[in-house]
Design a protein around this ligand. Structure first.
Ligand code: G
Ligand code: G
Ligand code: MN
Ligand code: NA
Length: 250
């Protein structure tokens, strides 16, 4: 069977699922929330979300996949208490559909006993946002509904701090490329310091991504980063997430 047939079958059977990676507060070591990461069926070429979402986009099927991904992310989320936040990636392509979030997601959340206040939408800055003023309006609209916004992969793309500030995010997620070896790379350290100062003045929380080594974690804590995520702290997992032993260091 060809790829399109396989993809259509996945949508029809709703055979995608979410894994969840913990986001840890560096102040108290508690799980602050989880990022939902979508997976296609195991063993399928669509297991990788990059492959699956790109294919869906090429086929004009992105909305169908995003809708299903949202459903699965919320359905499988096992928030310990209603204080923990669920971080959901959204493709910047669906951002421009004003109907997309308000209609469907609210209804999905309601069915699972959650509210917009439990959800943070992650918008990547990796591909620069095509229509900035429209994106800004739409994000404002989401925030009015109670959703929070995170700018994902910050420091890796091309958007300036000014552009980030204009989008008024609640969180900035610092890309792994800036975190890797932060303890021995002075330039990365200086960039991080700038983010920390900026975030503090703008009242935005920082989340460092892709922490793999204890030295990185120690450095980030010293620099005053609020939250962290990475293999060191917990891998994306299907079941109720177990936070790694390394947390005892905090
Ligand atoms: O989990 P993994 O590292 O394989 O994810 C690869 C990429 O796929 C990441 O950039 C992640 O943001 C993206 N991704 C994962 N799940 C979703 C999703 O539900 N929607 C969108 N738009 N992107 C996702
Ligand atoms: O683009 P986005 O930030 O959403 O991508 C997140 C992806 O990064 C997820 O697919 C997840 O599997 C991956 N990831 C999470 N933690 C780590 C880590 O510590 N190291 C590496 N290499 N990848 C990670
Ligand atoms: Mn993300
Ligand atoms: Na990222």
């Amino acid at each position: 069977t060809d790829a399109l047939e396989q993809f259509s079958q996945i949508i029809k059977d709703q055979s995608i699922y979410s894994v969840y990676q913990p986001i840890i507060s560096l102040q108290d070591g508690q799980v602050f929330g989880y990022e939902a990461l979508t997976r296609g069926p195991k063993g399928s070429p669509f297991h990788s979300p990059l492959v699956m979402f790109q294919f869906a986009e090429q086929q004009g099927q992105l909305y169908a996949l995003e809708k299903l991904a949202r459903e699965k992310a919320v359905q499988g989320a096992n928030l310990d208490n209603k204080q923990q936040l669920l971080f959901i990636n959204i493709s910047s392509h669906v951002l421009y559909d004003p109907q997309f979030i308000p209609g469907r997601t609210q209804e999905i959340l309601h069915r699972h006993g959650l509210r917009p206040e439990n959800v943070v939408f992650e918008i990547t800055e990796r591909s620069s946002i095509e229509d900035f003023s429209l994106a800004k309006k739409i994000l404002e609209h989401y925030r009015k509904q109670g959703y929070r916004i995170a700018i994902d992969d910050a420091g890796a793309g091309y958007s300036s701090l000014q552009a980030i500030a204009e989008l008024q995010p609640d969180f900035i997620k610092i890309d792994r490329s800036l975190i890797e070896n932060i303890h021995i790379n002075k330039v990365k350290e200086y960039i991080l310091e700038t983010f920390v100062t900026f975030a503090k003045k703008m009242n935005i929380s920082l989340i460092a991504e892709g922490i793999e080594h204890a030295d990185e974690l120690i450095k980030l804590t010293r620099l005053g980063v609020h939250y962290a995520q990475g293999y060191l702290l917990g891998r994306p997992s299907e079941g109720p997430s177990t936070v790694d032993e390394n947390l005892r260091m905090l």
